[in-house]
Design a protein around this ligand. Structure first.
Ligand SMILES: *Cc1c(COP(=O)(O)O)cnc(C)c1O
Length: 380
């Protein structure tokens, strides 16, 4: 079944008693037992809640996974997955990583004896060369943040499999609609559901899918044990968002391509990073492994003054963190999402004080371009 259909079907099967077409919000902490030693299948909502399970089954279906899991945030999902590792384990990680993930690894998990090496995971040889006897995990962003480098998931998953390393992919920027990382060989896919999956900038949520049933059982043990589960209201909102995932992303991609080409021809813009542009180094790989290029654009303007104009003088486009929603947002990675990375390291990665990031929404592309044009032309 096509993913557009699967997405709409989420939650539809749940309430056979009334035939409700959306899953009910089971706002309950606990469940009555029918008898001694008996259970309806539900005992306590941390361990299992029907609304959350409907979402979990839905994301699993979209990714072709054995099971799915929903957490209270993307960071909670990543934390729960990192609990699969133990003291002394080493992980190889994408270098231009989501800032919050970098902070979690460097300032929290490093205190528990996990070791991390950051490198350009779009270069498989670098990854292979960094493997040590204690390397147990490969943590990759399928499309990096903010510079939109593309990782060859099939090749990385093959390297990981050969060495008995767990291959984990943060596929937030692409979603199962544009890239099915489990089909390409990854063991675990994870998502900040706060972004494209819920899609309306109204929910914080994390999602995980796992291919192997035995590994899924371990992930469930940690989800229930550590307990950062998604509540039923937010599970319901995420399901509602996911039903329109494919049409939102189709429109967002169309808009992103128009805007990227417009930015490329703009004399105030010195560089444009969008994998849908033929000159992007990951363009061919994206075309080969996925179904699209996403709707995130990074671009560098000629002067820091232009940064200020774009952030403050755009009107339709909001100056705000986050991404993936229907509204177009503009961010300044060096001081927002990537503030926790040391300045020298940031500069080295290319996250400088002239770099901006756009999360393109579903508005009319001409209106968005007119908004940018007006901001570029405004008085400082
Ligand atoms: C937002 C984001 C996260 C963190 O997710 P939250 O839902 O904000 O906790 C992790 N990875 C990527 C790529 C993100 O964009």
């Amino acid at each position: 079944m096509n993913i557009a259909t699967q997405a709409v079907q989420i939650g539809l099967e749940w309430d056979s008693r009334t035939g409700a077409v959306t899953v009910p919000i089971y706002q309950t902490a606990t469940f009555r037992h029918p008898g001694l030693g008996q259970s309806t299948g539900y005992d306590y909502s941390r361990s299992g809640n029907p609304t959350r399970q409907s979402l979990e089954a839905g994301i699993a279906r979209l990714d072709g996974a054995a099971r799915g899991f929903a957490y209270s945030s993307g960071m909670a999902a990543i934390t729960s997955i990192l609990l699969l590792f133990k003291q002394g384990d080493h992980l190889i990680v994408t270098e231009d990583l989501y800032g919050g993930t970098y902070r979690l690894f460097e300032q929290i998990f490093s205190q528990y004896g996990l070791e991390f090496t950051y490198l350009d995971t779009s270069d498989c040889q670098l990854v292979e060369a960094a493997i040590r006897p204690n390397t147990k995990g490969l943590f990759v962003e399928s499309l990096t943040n903010p510079l939109l480098k593309v990782a060859d998931i099939r090749a990385l998953a093959a390297i990981a499999k050969e060495r008995g390393i767990l291959c984990i992919v943060d596929n937030t920027f692409l979603t199962p609609y544009l890239l099915k990382v489990l089909d390409l060989g990854a063991d675990i896919a994870l998502y900040s559901g706060s972004k494209y999956l819920s899609g309306h900038n109204d929910t914080i949520c994390g999602l995980v899918t796992v291919k192997d049933p035995a590994l899924a059982e371990r992930v469930y043990f940690h989800q229930n044990g550590a307990g950062a589960v998604l509540g039923p209201q937010d599970s319901w909102l995420t399901i509602r968002g996911m039903k329109t995932l494919t049409i939102r992303l189709d429109r967002q991609q169309q808009n992103a391509e128009r805007i990227a080409r417009w930015l490329e021809s703009n004399p105030h813009v010195t560089r444009v990073f969008y994998p849908g542009l033929e000159n992007h180094p990951g363009h061919d790989l994206m075309k080969a492994q996925g179904k699209g290029f996403g709707a995130m654009i990074a671009f560098e303007v000629a002067t820091p003054e232009l940064v200020e104009k774009l952030l403050l003088k755009t009107e339709l486009i909001s100056f705000a963190e986050s991404l993936g929603g229907v509204e177009t947002l503009i961010t300044f990675p060096a001081v927002q999402t990537h503030a926790d990375i040391e300045p020298e390291k940031r500069e080295l990665l290319g996250i400088n004080n002239r770099l901006l990031r756009l999360s393109v929404g579903i508005e009319d592309a001409d209106d968005l371009i007119a908004d940018l044009e007006k901001a570029f032309a405004s008085e400082a």
